[in-house]
Design a protein around this ligand. Structure first.
Ligand code: AMP
Length: 618
């Protein structure tokens, strides 16, 4: 039976003054941390690292965005013995996307460690490629459960020397139907192995795994203390990581602001983003622990006096920052916990002024949003990324204002004469000349810019109502049941229906189908629509915007050991089973110019459903 020891809940105070070097990590790992540009441990890191370093089992209640990957990677890299030619550490991830991200993170942190070889193993990638990578017996494997079982059955992975195993995002993993696989995998791990489990929520399935497999454990959780932030108008923007910079620039153009404080996670990011903003014409400067005290003070003074308007800071550097004219706090990178969020947005709405807080969240960080809303007891409004037209409108009106101000200011006599003589000389109208001068004046910041549409990703509520209504399938979380809108063929709006050559005769259940699709492709289980099961085949509805690469992966997927024979249904009714599983997609795998082994995991042979977040942004 489990025996819990909760770590004292005083993280905020102690993590802010705590350094990574105080935690007892190995010098090689500290080197990796420093290269990643991390200044201080996040709360979950401050709590989990000592527990794992002591060799104890760990239950971590934390979601994506809290820094949980480093929370288990750093201590295990420090503690385990990687000098043998055997697989010592295993991380189980629910999706290929996460497996790749975690493997990349581990690789970065292990950069100063010799002999540590990491292989991610996930469905959808050619298994032959994985066989070759596994021949060298990696010390660390990051795997999705389904594909790991495949390898265990084929003897290409041996778990008998595992010293530590981590279940990452356990709730998502079990939600996807991987319970049986996870139990099977854990039963093959030596009793003596250290165990870690991270989960954002604690459904019964996760509790079952904890009871059966975690043994005695200590717990690290992030407290969601409530706090009021009444005077601040809070909004959020869901955006993919790679679009954040563009979104930031547009938000800054679209919002009337006085002073802006932008929060990022690493020192490198402070200078990188400040430079990129400057290049776009914003008056910006970085503020990080890397700068000497005098320089930091100078930057704060320049913000106070209006010599600069935008400061890009880390939490540590902005601690105690008190500048009345900060009208906006932008959380470019989501804070690690709610306390830090409240602390950050408390930098605005000072001295009786109005304040605005804008939070950028990537799709995977949506849970953090809910947590913040709960802790602050206030809903955070969604906001739109300003469109090209809105930016144009803004620029035009600012330009007009500048001209009016200049006319009002006077002193134009010489210039008026110049325009007049040019008009007479060349027989132009003054209007032609004014238009030419306007065109010249806007160079660098076009008044009518051609901007790509990067509209914000619909928030979770929208997606829920869009993707709910699954029939015949197992319940995934507490999805609300809004009325399903169907087209004439009975397919949900925005979805396409796909055929799979597996059905009841193959002992396939909807749970197997959801598990296979989610596990192989990274499509979230909440995005999988109605599933219908027949004796020899089944149908599944999936969103229409799925990338061809992903469809190709699904064609190659297996469900309960049977080829899926997945393909788009071109008929409105379920088709009788066909003898050949010919493909309608014919998409090509991406072929990079670099040799396979030199490419990052995320580029090896296939692409994740959503483009992966870059590790550490450095
Ligand atoms: P995770 O919750 O593990 O997915 O991490 C979220 C993001 O935070 C990743 O981009 C990490 O590189 C970054 N991160 C994690 N820990 C730290 C830290 N102590 N300092 C700065 N960035 C961090």
């Amino acid at each position: 039976m489990a025996n819990e020891n909760k770590e004292e809940d005083n993280t905020q105070e102690f993590s802010e003054s705590l350094k990574f070097s105080d935690l007892g990590l190995s010098p090689e790992v500290l080197e990796g941390v420093s290269r990643a540009g991390y200044e201080t441990p996040s709360p979950i890191q401050a709590k989990a690292i000592p527990i794992l370093l002591r060799g104890e089992n760990l239950l971590g209640t934390a979601q994506t965005g809290t820094g949980k990957t480093a929370a288990f990677t750093l201590p295990l890299l420090s503690r385990l013995d990687f000098n043998k030619n055997e697989t010592s550490m295993l991380v189980l991830s629910p999706t290929r996307e996460l497996a790749v991200q975690v493997a990349e993170a581990v690789q970065h942190f292990a950069v100063a460690m010799q002999h540590v070889h990491i292989v991610p193993v996930y469905g959808g990638q050619d298994i032959g490629v994985q066989f070759r990578a596994l021949k060298r017996t990696p010390q660390i494997i990051v795997a999705t459960p389904g594909r790991l079982i495949d390898h265990l059955e084929r003897g290409s992975i041996n778990l008998s020397h595992i010293q530590a195993v981590v279940l990452d995002e356990a709730d998502e993993m079990l939600d996807m139907g991987f319970m049986e696989d996870v139990e099977k995998i854990l039963s093959k791990i030596p009793e003596t192995a250290q165990r870690g489990l991270f989960s954002a929520t604690m459904p019964v399935s996760v509790k079952k795994i904890i009871d059966h497999h975690l043994g005695n454990y200590s717990e690290a959780c992030i407290a969601a203390k409530t706090a009021t932030v009444d005077k601040v108008r809070q909004r959020y923007l869901t955006v993919h990581s790679e679009q954040k910079m563009e979104a930031l620039a547009r938000v800054l153009e679209g919002e009337p602001y006085d002073g802006v404080l932008i929060f990022v996670r690493t020192k490198q990011e402070t200078s990188e983003i400040a430079e990129r903003l400057e290049a776009r014409g914003f008056n910006a400067a970085p503020l990080s622990g890397d700068l000497a005290q005098a320089m930091r003070e100078r930057t704060v003074n320049r913000l106070k006096t209006g010599k600069i308007d935008v400061v890009v800071a880390t939490d540590v550097a902005a601690r105690g920052l008190d500048v009345d004219r900060i009208s906006h706090v932008i959380n470019y990178d989501i804070p690690y916990d709610t306390e830090s969020y409240v602390h950050r947005i408390g930098r605005t709405a000072r001295a009786g002024r109005e304040g605005n807080a804008i939070l950028f969240i990537t799709p995977r960080e949506r849970r953090m949003l809910k947590m913040i809303e709960r802790a602050t007891r206030k809903p955070i409004e969604p906001m739109e990324i300003p469109s090209g037209d809105q930016i144009s409108e803004h620029r035009v009106s600012a330009f007009k204002q500048k001209i009016l101000d200049t006319i009002e200011k006077g002193g134009l006599e010489e210039f008026r004469n110049l325009v007049e003589s040019l008009a007479e000389e060349k027989e132009f109208t003054p209007l032609d000349i004014a238009a030419a001068v306007t065109l010249l004046a806007q160079a660098g910041q076009p008044l009518f810019p051609e901007m790509k549409d990067i509209s914000a990703i619909p928030d979770r509520e929208d997606r829920r109502s869009k993707f709910n209504g699954r029939e015949d399938s197992f319940g995934v979380g507490e999805r609300s049941r809004a009325p399903r809108k169907e087209n004439d063929n009975g397919i949900e709006e925005g979805f396409s229906r796909y055929y799979m050559g597996v059905g009841r005769f193959q002992h396939v259940s909807p749970r197997d189908i959801v598990g296979a699709i989610a596990g192989e492709s990274g499509i979230s289980s909440s995005e999988i629509g109605r599933i219908k099961l027949f004796d020899r085949f089944s149908t599944v509805e999936l969103p229409q915007d799925i990338a061809p690469e992903i469809l190709h992966i699904l064609e190659e997927m297996q469900v309960r050991g049977n080829p899926s024979r997945f393909r788009l249904m071109t008929d409105d009714k379920p088709l009788p089973e066909e003898s050949s599983g010919s493909s309608h997609f014919g998409s090509k795998r991406r072929e990079g110019g670099r040799p396979f082994r030199d490419r990052p995991f995320s580029e090896r042979g296939d692409r994740p459903f959503h483009k992966t977040r870059r590790f550490g942004r450095h």
